[in-house]
Every structure is written in C-alpha cells, then in structure tokens.
Design a protein around this ligand. Structure first.
Ligand SMILES: *Cc1c(COP(=O)(O)O)cnc(C)c1O
Length: 504
C-alpha cells in the first residue's frame, strides 16, 4: 500500500478583504453618503483654496509599514485631500477645459473598480461596453462600419495614437515599414501641417514619434484663429518642390485658447487632393456634434482619417477618458498590434472574441473607463448632453455681453463656443502693467475662492480666459464671477497705479 505523503500545513494566510464585512459595509456607506453630500453642496464651498504648509507636510511622511485601518486613512483623506481640490466640481470653475464630472460617473467608477476589469482584451462584458461606446462614437461622427477606436486617458494620448497611425500609413505609401525600418528609411522629411492654435499635445506627439519638430509645419491661423487653408496649400506645394514628404494635416475642432473651429471640410478637400492624412483634434468640440447649433460648424469631420476627442471635456465624464477613432480599422491594427504567446487568442474560452483593445494602442492593461461614458449616456440620453453644450455656449455669450457693456473691459477674441477671452483696462496703466493687472485679477478671484478662470495670451496680450465647460454653471454664477472681476480689477488697478504691483 502506497501512502500519500502528508502535505505540511502552510503559514498563516491573509488577504486584503475586511475581517468583518458588516462593519466595513457601514464605513463604506458613510463614505458614499459623504461624497454625495459633497457633490450636492459643491456650490457652497470656495472653488479653490491654497494648501497650508502643515497640510502639505503631511505628504512628506514615509511609506507606512503598519496599517492604520480604513477609518483612519479616510479621515486623513477628508482632512488633507478632499479639502483642497482643484475645484472643478464647483459651478464657478472655468479653468482650462475641465468639467465637473457627474454623480453617476462617480458611481460608475466605483462599480468598474469593483469589477476590476482589465480591458486590454479577452472575452468579457466590459470590453463589449467599450466596443459599444466606440460604435456610438463612430455613428456620431459619420464614420464607416470598418472604423476602429479605443478609449484613452485623454486627448493627448488620442492625438499620439492618431498621429502614429498617420505616420505608419503614410510611410507605407512610400514603401517603408515604420515598424521594421524606422523613420530613417523614408526618402525625405515627413511633414505634418498644424496651425498656430494647435494644442501642445500634437507637438509632444510629433516629438515622441521621433519625427522632430522640424517635421511640424506651423501655419499662422487667420484673424478668427482658424486654420488658413490657402497657407496650407502654399506650404504643401513648397514642401513638395523642396523634396519633403507631406504626410498629414491636423485640424482642430475647438481650439484650446479661443474655441475656434477649423474649416474641416476645406482641410478634408486639400487632404483628399494631396493624398494626406487628415487628423482631427476634436478634444474639446467633436462631441458638440450633439449640439444642433454647433454641428454644422463641424462639417467635414466625417471625412477625417482619424479623430481624437475627449469624453472628460464636453461630455462631462469623470476623469480621465479620451478616445481615438481611425477610419480604416485595419490601419490602426497594423500600426499597433503585436501578439506574444502569452496573449494567444482562442476560438473558445476567455481568450476568444475579436475585441482586443491592446491591438489598437500602446496600452495592454487598461482601466474600465468605458462604464462611466456608457452609464452617463444611458442615464441621461445624448440629447441632454447636446442641451448642456448649448447651455454652456449661452452662458459664455452672457459673459461676453457683460464684457461688451463694461466701458473698462474688452473682448480679445470671438467666442464661437464656450470660451471667452477678455481683459480689464485702466487708463493709468501701460501695456506691461495692463498685463500685470489681468493676471493679478485672475489670481485674486482664485484666492478669494470665488471662481477659477485662468490666464492666457491672445493677440500678444494677457487675457482672462473663461471656459464654461461645466454642467453646474448657472447664469447667476456668471454674474457673480463678473462682479468679482470688476471689484478685483478696481482695487488692483489702484494698487498698481500707486506703484505697488502685486507679486504674480
Ligand atoms: C485638452 C486638449 C487636448 C489634450 O487633451 P487631454 O485630455 O488633456 O490629454 C488636446 N487637444 C485640445 C484641442 C485640447 O483642448
């Protein structure tokens, strides 16, 4: 008789789950209640406030070796983290192109984290959710069935992926495999045409793709900050004559500084004629296809070869969700896919199915960010988002009307969307001190916790830039903000005129 060798008992075992699920549940419910209260009372707090030194110091402590428990770390979160937010849940956050997120986006983030789905690939429902969001996006932009796409962390990554596809496909047209031979096999310098209003992420993508900024032809935008199509045609002709390789045009649907909308149809026309790739950076306004008053101004987007856009901007989805679509799905796959043995596909089982997002970008492990988009769209319906976009534009027009009516202010650019650039004037101040005044006004209303505008430069002068990319903003918020700017400007102009300019 053979005897089974005894397996010795192992060491004590543990996991990250709570010892007492019921006690844990109570804490978790309290956290959820706190967060709902926090969102419901967003308007009642200062928009932003500085972080005191003693709070900052809490972030220099070493990694704890022993755990303090959930209650303790949650308390710390409330005291030191949640109390000092960027402020973008507040109705008077007008900075950058930030949105406030939504309560349902928050819940979806929790549900997705609970499932802990890795959306790199394989057969599970989270991937079908993302595939559906991609399908909805294709339909929104009039893209064909064979188009493909993938959600990204934002517009920057989406631009990188779109431009990588452009580089791959255009090199292929010259008989060069970028993946195998690299850029140096090209018979000339590739050229990517952008405007002076193109977002900085496009340049960063061009740099990261090894193209070098000498490949980036920056054409001055027209008076309304739109892509100058005549200048584009001239630049392409000159480049061809010089032996360069025109590859790609980057048009922008909603520029970051002013919200200008490039003439996409005219750009598509040039690209079709010249056999160039049209990449549309629609980070801000591509989703404004849902807004009846904006949609006609996006005509031509359906002709793009690739579109980058953000869901965390004008679809108000909680951070961070962007997307890139490529018209010819096979091109996106050819640019990125690589299947090692440990990711081998099967006809059946978990590794089956044709939804493998890792084939379409540089990421393998991926967050289940699609659930936020999917739940928000199903909860509210796409018409609601169209109305919110219109509402934001109307509030921007209201702010512009305030500025126009004020004798000591001026608008610095047209405001086709929800971005308004203006400045305060004072007859006692020269050009340099007028810039100081406007930058100081922005900091003052931020520090007083009233609103968060930002600064930028428009036509060579410092502007107060307001982007109302915020579903919580009401007319009253615009009025409160405007009054605060006027009050700050008066006080600060007196100080500057008296020779006491503030430190900026
Ligand atoms: C915001 C923005 C980007 C970058 O998007 P992220 O989501 O911040 O990475 C790119 N292009 C434009 C026009 C933008 O406004």
């Amino acid at each position: 008789m053979t005897q089974t060798p005894a397996i010795p008992p192992g060491p004590p075992e543990e996991s990250l789950d709570p010892a007492d699920w019921n006690a844990y549940r109570q804490q978790a419910h309290a956290m959820l209640d706190d967060m709902l209260d926090y969102l419901a009372s967003a308007a009642e707090r200062p928009v932003w406030r500085p972080i005191p030194d003693d709070v900052r110091a809490q972030f220099s402590t070493p990694m704890p070796q022993q755990g303090a428990g959930l209650e303790s770390v949650y308390h710390e979160f409330l005291e030191n983290v949640r109390a000092y937010p960027l402020g973008d849940t507040h109705p008077r956050f007008f900075g950058f192109v930030n949105s406030a997120g939504s309560p349902t986006g928050m819940l979806a983030a929790m549900l997705a984290a609970g499932m802990n789905s890795n959306t790199g690939g394989a057969m599970h429902a989270a991937n079908l959710v993302e595939a559906q969001v991609i399908d909805w996006s294709k339909a929104l932009f009039g893209f064909p069935e064979q188009a493909s796409g993938v959600l990204t962390s934002g517009g920057s990554m989406a631009n990188l992926l779109g431009l990588a596809a452009a580089r791959h496909v255009q090199a292929r047209a010259h008989g060069v495999s970028i993946r195998q031979q690299g850029l140096r096999a090209l018979p000339g310098q590739p050229r990517f045409y952008v405007s002076s209003e193109t977002h900085s992420s496009v340049q960063r993508a061009i740099e990261a793709l090894g193209l070098g900024t000498e490949s980036m032809v920056v054409l001055p935008a027209d008076r309304a900050f739109r892509f100058d199509v005549a200048a584009l045609q001239a630049a392409i002709a000159a480049d061809r004559a010089a032996g360069h390789l025109p590859f790609c045009v980057v048009g922008t649907a909603g520029t970051t500084n002013t919200g200008s909308l490039d003439p996409l149809d005219a750009l598509a026309e040039v690209c079709a004629r010249e056999k160039l790739w049209l990449h549309v950076d629609g980070a801000i306004a591509a989703v404004a296809m849902l807004a009846p008053s904006v949609r006609p101004h996006l005509a031509g987007i359906e002709r793009a070869d690739s579109i980058a856009f953000d869901l965390h901007k004008w679809l108000y989805v909680n951070y961070a969700v962007g997307c890139v679509l490529v018209r010819a799905g096979a091109d996106q796959r050819e640019t990125f896919s690589l299947t090692p043995p440990y990711l081998r596909r099967a006809q059946r089982g978990m590794a089956s199915g044709d939804v493998w997002f890792s084939d379409l970008s540089l990421e393998l492990s991926r967050e289940f960010r699609a659930l936020r988009v999917w739940m928000m769209l199903k909860e509210q319906g796409s018409d609601k988002f169209g109305r919110l976009i219109e509402q934001n534009n109307a509030l921007a027009a209201r702010l512009a009307a305030h500025v126009r009516a004020a004798p000591d202010m001026e608008l610095l650019a047209p405001h086709p969307l929800h971005i308004v650039n203006f400045r305060c004037l004072d007859s006692r101040l020269d050009a340099a001190m007028t810039d100081v005044l406007n930058r100081a006004v922005v900091i003052d209303v931020q520090e007083r916790g009233i609103a968060v505008p930002t600064t930028t430069t428009v036509r060579g002068v410092s502007a107060i830039r307001v982007c109302i990319n915020n579903h919580r903003t009401r007319a009253e918020d615009v009025d409160v903000f405007f009054a605060a700017v006027q009050a700050s400007a008066r006080t600060l102009a007196d100080e500057i005129a008296a020779g006491r300019p503030p430190a900026l």
